[in-house]
Ligand binder design. Structure first.
Ligand SMILES: NC(=O)c1ccc[n+]([C@@H]2O[C@H](COP(=O)([O-])OP(=O)(O)OC[C@H]3O[C@@H](n4cnc5c(N)ncnc54)[C@H](OP(=O)(O)O)[C@@H]3O)[C@@H](O)[C@H]2O)c1
Length: 286
């Protein structure tokens, strides 16, 4: 009998996306998962990466590891560079060495946010923050060093871990009012929906860069209002400007992504963001 078990090698398995990948593939026939986070494999260490990938010889590497604290990246630039740039470079070199597919996750923050219509995969990138710069540099590394890659640019991600939704719910415990930025537009995307999209393309040879967010768009204040409405919390959301919020890192004002490649190549359509957040909160609050 032919053994067609496909081994997926996960980095950053304890993060939001890593956990969802595990949930999604846990009961799927024909899939074997190898889980690593920084304690098992520090992706910044090229020798450790090469040794482990050469020993495991996976079908695909799914890089869920990253330094995702956008504001902290401004001050911890060395760590951001090592984890977000050298890490994916190391994994891409290792992927190529063993003939594995390379899956990497990027972000809407590679764009400057000045385009008022949704960004296509082919639009020029122009990051505005250290985090965005490292993710943009990583895209170059992945395309340069691996030959069978999928780069998924996602946005405003929430799942099992630290995220905006959890922050809003926590604030609702002791606040009647919260002030939330209303001049940044994007698309909240659940890890559940992102993993379905990754799965739709992972086992094909349609390599390339994919935008991968839920459908529709909103600003952060609108997102917060929807979270409180769905969670039955009576919290007033007062919209403020980016300048008033005064975060250390610049963020794009309008980074809505059009999933043109997923639709055209894979015939895949995400659900609308309202639907995804309802599903998430139904599960979280039941
Ligand atoms: N979160 C968002 O809103 C968002 C938006 C767009 C794109 N993305 C991208 O989506 C991907 C997944 O994001 P996420 O929200 O799931 O991230 P996350 O929850 O922050 O998880 C990242 C994981 O990587 C681990 N890690 C950090 N440094 C490492 C290293 N040197 N070696 C191995 N593992 C390391 C982290 O461990 P520690 O926790 O111990 O550091 C954590 O478990 C990332 O590429 C991110 O840039 C995220």
């Amino acid at each position: 009998m032919v053994n067609d078990l496909k081994k997926l090698f996960i980095t950053g398995c304890n993060g939001q996306l890593g956990r969802e990948i595990n949930r999604f593939y846990a009961d799927k026939n024909g899939i074997e998962l190898v889980n690593t986070d920084v304690d098992e494999l520090d992706i910044t260490n090229i020798k450790a990466v090469m040794d482990m990938i050469e020993s495991e010889k996976p079908y695909a590497i799914i890089n869920c590891a990253a330094y995702t604290a956008v504001d902290a990246c401004e001050t911890n630039q060395d760590i951001a560079f090592k984890v977000n740039v050298l890490g994916p470079r190391n994994l891409s070199i290792a992927a190529k060495a063993v003939g594995a597919k390379m899956v990497h996750i990027s972000t809407d923050y590679v764009f400057d946010g000045t385009k008022l219509t949704p960004y296509f995969e082919s639009d020029p990138i122009c990051p505005q923050s250290v985090y965005g710069e490292t993710k943009a540099e990583a895209e170059k590394m992945v395309t340069m060093f691996s030959d069978r890659f999928f780069i998924f640019r996602t946005a405003w991600l929430y799942g099992d871990g630290k995220n905006f939704v959890k922050t809003m719910l926590r604030l609702s415990e002791d606040h009647d009012e919260v002030r939330v930025v209303e001049d940044q537009f994007g698309t909240p995307t659940s890890t559940v929906e992102l993993v379905k999209a990754i799965d739709s393309i992972l086992f094909t040879d349609n390599y390339g860069i994919y935008h991968a967010t839920c459908e529709g768009s909103c600003n952060w204040a609108e997102f917060a209002r929807e979270i409180f409405r769905l969670a039955g919390k009576n919290v007033k959301v007062t919209g403020i400007t980016t300048a008033e919020y005064n975060a250390p890192a610049n963020r794009p004002a309008h980074s809505v992504l059009e999933n043109r490649m997923l639709k055209a190549v894979g015939g895949y359509t995400f659900c609308e963001w309202h639907e995804a957040i309802k599903t998430y909160l139904d599960e979280l609050l039941k």
